[in-house]
Design a protein around this ligand. Sequence first.
Ligand SMILES: Cc1cc2nc3c(=O)[nH]c(=O)nc-3n(C[C@H](O)[C@H](O)[C@H](O)COP(=O)(O)OP(=O)(O)OC[C@H]3O[C@@H](n4cnc5c(N)ncnc54)[C@H](O)[C@@H]3O)c2cc1C
Ligand code: FES
Ligand code: FES
Length: 1364
Amino acid sequence: MGRRVERLVFAINGERYEVSGVDPSTTLLEFIRTRTPYRGPKLGCGEGGCGACVVFLSKYDPIADLVEEFSASSCLTLLCSINFYSITTTEGLGNVKDGFHSIHQRMAGFHASQCGFCTPGMCMSLFSALVNADKKTDRPEPPDGFSKLTVSEAARAIQGNLCRCTGYRPILDACKSFATDVDLEDLGLNSFWKKGDKDLKTTKLPRYSSGGVCTFPEFLKTEIRSSSGVSNEAKLTSIEKGWYRPDSVEELYKLLNSNAFDERKVKLVVGNTSSGVYKDTDLYDKYIDLQAIPELSVIKKDNIGIEFGAAVTISTAIEVLREENNGAVIFKKIADHMNKVASPFVRNTASLGGNIMMAQRSEFASDIVTILLAAGSTVCIQTSSERVTLTLEEFLVRPPFDYKTLLLSIFIPSWSIAGTDLLFETYRAAPRPIGNAVAYLNCAFLAQISQCKESDGFVLDKIQLAFGAYGTQHATRARKVEEFLVGRAVTASVLLEAFGLLRETVVASKGTSHPEYRTSLAVSFLFSFLCPLAKELTEPRKTVLSNGDSAKYSDGGVNNCENNMTSNIVNLDHDDLHFSSQQEVEFGKGYLPVGEPTKKAGAEIQASGEAVYVDDIPAPKDCLYGAFIYSTRALAHVRGIKFNNSLASEKIVSVFTAKDIPSGGENIGSIFMFGSERLFADLLTEYAGEPLGILIAETQRFANIAAKQAIVDYDMENLEPPILTVEDAIRRESYFQIPPPLNPKPVGDFSKGMAEADRTIQSGEVNLGSQYYFYMETQTALALPDEDNCMVVYCSTQYTELTQSVIAKCLGIPFHNVRVITRRVGGGFGGKTSKAITVAAACALAAYKLRRPVRMYMDRKTDMIMVGARHPMKVKYSVGFKSEGKLTALHIDLRINAGISEDFSPLLPKCIISSLKGYNWGAFSCDVKLCKTNLISKSAMRAPGHLQGSYIAEAIIEHVASILSLDANYIRRKNLHTFESLTLYYQGNFGEASSYSLPSVFDELVLSPTYQQHVEMIKNFNCANKWKKRGISCMPTVYEVTLRPTPGKVSVLNDGSVVVEVGGIEIGQGLWTKVKQMAAFGLGKLWEDGSMNLLEKVRVVQADTISLIQGGLTAGSTTSESSCEAVRLSCGILVERLMPLKERLQELGGSVSWGTLIAQASMESVNLSASTYWVPDRTFKSYLNYGAALSEVEIDLLTGATTILRSDILYDCGKSLNPAVDVGQVEGAFVQGIGFFVNEEHLSNSDGVVLTDGTWTYKPPTVDTIPKQLNVEFFNSGHHQKRVLSSKASGEPPLVLAASVHCAIRQAIRAARKVHVSTTGSENSPSIFELAVPATMPVVKELCGLDNVDKYLESISARRSVKA
Ligand SMILES: Cc1cc2nc3c(=O)[nH]c(=O)nc-3n(C[C@H](O)[C@H](O)[C@H](O)COP(=O)(O)OP(=O)(O)OC[C@H]3O[C@@H](n4cnc5c(N)ncnc54)[C@H](O)[C@@H]3O)c2cc1C
Ligand code: FES
Ligand code: FES
């Protein structure tokens, strides 16, 4: 049974590792993070869907003496499968000790790392793309310092990597800076050169040289050559350890037919990427690795086709198919489609066979199977008894094969038939255009055509239509449609009839989301494929030349393809990855280094993976790991918890529930100013996702999987049905009280305002759903019992102070016994406030009970289910307005779904109304109900309430505009506040008239010639294009922020280095960077001319609740400025203490250096530490922020896909403390807002359990869904005495401006509906409709008409019969 090697040998970052006795289910990521010093690869999802864990793998072939290299997701790669590989992590590229790699330096210099949790993965994806590009011998040598990478490849390099902070633009710039064809002028704000710099920019970029990193150490090559002859293959067949690597099919069957294997506990693997798709429900104790079976890796090419061994990876298949000339069109198209499967780092290890078997056995929505089905592929399989070749279709319809059936190979015929016209096309509609998203539907069509003798058209001699992923067991051929079409000439009426049959064929199974949409996609795609063949559908090409981009502005190509049969007829994928951007910002000069675009403190170490997050802290001795057991019922008695009899259950060390709260302690898991939440449900669970207990195991993976073995005994006896919606809550009058000061106040007399109106809308409605934080670092804490009943807790939290008090209360110990430490947080967005406390408290409780360290790093699914999200709400409005667009009155009924506890919710109405009041509504009133429901409590998420308030205002404005048939931007401008009305609406917080910049900001955008030009272009475009429409919209924001008291402490050590502590937490928002600048400025004041640059002397350190008390909450966009102010005041104290000494020294010997001054001060026992608790001025606790954004979009009427063509953001940032940080905040917030408005569908089941619980179903923006052009300009409203050095907030306000994208989509849909109504005579209003949030592809398509293709064809047929 193969040779045995009882150990694994590999290299990580050039260092040799030899491991034995490893659990075969250990992933490479787990090994790296727990058994090596490297922490660069991060766990973001564990599903292959985020790229945080990407590493670079190198594999040596000793016979060819070649190294094969590729990126891979280490969360899916099993350790045992990489025997004799070399692994490079971001630390291996460069580090603090050896110097950083140019990738790290450029990521830092382009301000591409905020929280930094995604950055190591980004670096590795880019590194892999650089290595691959540089290996291309057919490309010319790049200029010095560049790589052979192209700009478009640079964007694709990070296609599968998620970043929740930056909005991708700066990351793209960093990637593009390596490209040989980059125009450096196109790159954005960076720390290498200043705008307008005339010097040669190339020389300023940190130098890149290809091959600078040794990715495969010589010693490993030697060892491979000498071990087992010349084989690179791991002969790791240690039966005891459960990893088997047969080297022939016979060996495999010997293993399978032995009695050592139980189907439930053995897994056959190649890349193991399926573990990202189907979460293992139990542990496996045996794995059979198929990669060493040579037959499975063979690729055979001849003139009849290509045969791929089943273990060939998707990436290799793409390369081979692209090279192949025989049947070139088909192969190339298959390759192009495969290039949209997952992401590069998944495709590099994912096998074709694995994909096909998942489709056959587990109903996986495969793309590969669909396209191969249309191409007439066959497969060869081996069962225990025989080897057979089947058509792919025969293979798919068989009952799921058992684990003893081996897929050997896949054959794709070449289809080059001389003398015939052959068409082949593949399509997919997915939430992300270039991959990393499973399709709503995919399809591929192959047709042989000939000229029709009677007409000018074409006849279909043969046609193969395959459809998949639409909610079907497996991809299918639409046989009835094929039979109908064969032999017919393509005409509108033939297509109509065919589509009727297609609608009967492509029917999603019950429970599939958006079933009708999926069917309509099938029609759209087949129409796109066949339309060019129908003479009557061919119209002259229409072009719009106003922007000179005639090709792009053609009618989508649908009507212009007679001579281009095999081209991508309708470019439905929008996969052009050309991006551009501009940042127009001023750098402040008055308070240097404040105002400079200093690069983020610690950005390089974030890139090199050396920055320490909570889960990066090495596990202390005897550390145990926890995972929550949570409720899956909305309201039920909990009678007990049992566990499955499984391998995973054997890993349980302990379980703690409410019964285990120590005497004197409280069952408390979080607290906010309005109330608290239990740590664990006791006898009654009140919402799905409620913690029932914490399970403890020896590793995090064991804890996670063991927690899934829990069987909770629920009982609904004598319980009312749960309250889940606002409607339920209203019916049952289930409300939280809103404290009177927080209840929004009316403005003016609503009835009077309505009476003054010419027109009214009486019952408009807006519904808004939720949004999940999707910070890249999930909730995590590490609790260490300390002497004398103390507890030290490292926690990823935005609220250390409250974490400390909750833990102390829970354990029944004094607050000073609990020390909570937070260095940095891998993204928070509000989500690491109350919920982070629960995680910390649960770990602390377990640690307290066990007297051992306990840590928890929540898996993504649990995090998504157990952590609340944005508040859903229902809004009804009545609005009055004059015929010329002036608003006279608004009343809204606001029904907010707050979930089970108050949390932040009582503050929400004030936030909503504050932003809603950004317009002068005339009179305003509202009625607010905060609904208590049996859902997880909703919490603050970036721009809480403000986002909804702004959107509600825009929706009402749009509604008014459509009733009056006026331009919505005209209505907006007309109803912007005057300073007088502003004073009425924002009593006390309106500031001075001179600081009210909104009208100027708004006008600058909508009165610009560019805007006017684009409006014109859009009109022309919409006239000329049948299947694509564009829309443009501008919106303003008035965003009120509140300042909170914050402590700060500055200490100067004897060598002159400075340590700064602040209450605020570094969550990626650049707080440390601004604080550092402020400390340097504050202490630099000792030198009046500002000549002393102390920036590099300053280090900001972790928040520690014992060292600096009253830290408060990091939230609301103002923590950076208030922390800065506390630091400035502390510096002031030090300056006061040091100034006399400095003057004395100066008198003695002229100029005095910082070092001399501090040395002397310390000799003279000057107190070199000062702290302040800054409390905002009573007269200036809040202020208003202003900004506006203009967005332009294009929608595809066939698929519903939206492309954001351009967004321009003009934001009043006052005198920015750090323009680079603030631009980053603006862009990142805006893109997060786009997620809410366009991409992120947040769904729950009937018990309120979140269904969109991973990267498979929840789709935050990726690099291919951001605006193609993103411009940010700062509007400097000048000096302001009470704001911190005249600065303004930037973290949240720009997020609400993403509603401009939604409004632009609405405009585009309006244009589409106008055509639809005029061609179909539909009674639907073209302009008044509710556009849901998020405006996903199904939503857009539905509003444009799921039957728009049929209606179009009907109109053509009708016209034809009239003519006849
Ligand atoms: C994040 C992500 C996104 C993805 N997106 C897409 C997408 O958009 N479209 C798409 O089509 N696919 C997508 N996939 C699926 C991906 O293509 C498959 O996971 C991959 O091809 C499986 O190959 P593998 O070698 O990793 O299989 P493994 O995980 O090793 O095995 C998968 C299954 O097949 C069995 N198996 C493997 N090889 C054989 C064989 N030769 N004979 C018999 N049984 C075998 C295994 O026992 C196992 O049950 C995605 C996957 C991930 C992780
Ligand atoms: S953690 Fe591996 S891809 Fe997300
Ligand atoms: S910087 Fe990318 S996720 Fe935070």
